[in-house]
Design a protein around this ligand. Structure first.
Ligand code: MG
Length: 345
């Protein structure tokens, strides 16, 4: 059953006027009806595309490329073809997402590697995926050219990469995209068999209009604006289509067995909470955990929440969190700079 056919409930998208039609944004299309080359219908509700450096730790190999060039990099990867790569920042998310397929007995989630490697150097990545038991049926290697334009070819709902230029270009083209920060020094265990995804609010799930007021006119003006517009829903932000795809996966399960736990971790304080509730109600979305932090540390909340990924548009929140939490930076807009210092919203 498609999420849009369901009533409002935990983690399920509704049909309220604020809901953006799935066809309104790239990467949010419903892939049902497609068939793979064996003629099997593809039923994935969620397609996540990621670069090989997002999935695996390729820092050592990348250093060879940057120091000694492409030929040295090729030789390095060939010599180590059977040496498995260590998990990268996106690895925990991929493993947790793919476990949903085992639980469901069908491929609800698809993870695709979109890589600037060529297929020859990509062999080590494919061998590593096999070594780690990841079921990755599709790879795209573009041999140095940007890979993100192929997001549309695969109906991808999210693009994760370590390359800031690729992520910025993909986001500018309207795709949900984030740049992954370094691998956390402390790895979380996934013994609970649950996917946990945490989002910032403004300029991530929601549009950047209120964030722009905060940055241009300060906290007082921001709060006044949010109180004035408490009953006006915010517009969808860059990662809203990805949220919709996650909700579509959850809709395959009974409400109390939803495999993906969705959390909002916003620096908004209590005075600015009403508009968030208005927006989520308009979308027909009930999140699991919600934190209105009002200046308290996001990193310390995330340490307890232990999401496999946290998305934010501000590096001042992401950097402290990234030591313990896999973190993805959602590019902002020119009108809403990523400020490295200053008071919290
Ligand atoms: Mg934000």
């Amino acid at each position: 059953m498609h999420a849009a056919q369901r009533d409002v409930q935990f983690g399920v998208a509704g049909t309220s006027p604020g809901t953006v039609p799935a066809s309104a944004a790239p990467g949010s299309g419903t892939p049902s009806g497609r068939r793979d080359r064996m003629g099997t219908e593809l039923v994935a509700s969620l397609v996540v595309a990621m670069s090989s450096r997002a999935l695996f730790d390729l820092d050592e190999a990348n250093a060879v490329y940057e120091t000694d060039g492409l030929e040295a990099y090729r030789a390095h990867q060939r010599e180590r073809e059977h040496v498995p790569l260590a998990p990268g920042t996106g690895f925990a998310l991929v493993r947790a997402l793919l476990a949903i397929n085992e639980r469901a007995g069908e491929r609800l989630v698809e993870v695709l590697v979109l890589s600037r490697n060529d297929a020859d150097t990509g062999v080590r990545v494919m061998n590593s995926a096999e070594h780690h038991g990841l079921d990755l049926p599709r790879y795209a290697f573009t041999a140095g050219r940007p890979a993100w334009p192929y997001l549309a070819s695969f109906d991808a709902n999210l693009f994760l990469s370590a390359d800031p230029d690729d992520v910025t270009a993909a986001a500018a083209a309207g795709f949900a995209a984030a740049r992954l920060l370094d691998v956390p020094t402390t790895a979380s265990d996934d013994a609970e068999g649950e996917v946990r995804i945490a989002f910032d609010g403004d300029a991530v799930l929601f549009d950047a209009s209120s964030e722009a007021i905060y940055q241009q006119h300060g906290l007082e003006a921001f709060i006044a604006n949010e109180e004035r517009h408490a009953t006006d829903a915010l517009q969808p932000g860059p990662l809203k289509p990805f949220l919709d795809a996650l909700l579509a996966v959850n809709a395959h399960f009974p409400e109390d067995e939803a495999p993906i736990r969705l959390s909002l971790v916003t620096a908004r304080n209590a005075a600015a909470h009403r508009r968030v509730i208005t927006t989520l109600r308009a979308w027909g979305v009930l999140l699991h955990e919600t934190f209105f932090l009002g200046g308290a540390s996001k990193a310390r909340v995330l340490e307890q929440l232990r999401p496999q990924i946290f998305f934010d548009d501000q590096t001042r929140h992401l950097l402290p969190a990234s030591a313990t939490t896999p973190a993805g930076h959602v590019p902002g807009f020119p009108s809403v700079p990523d400020v490295s210092a200053g008071p919290e919203v």
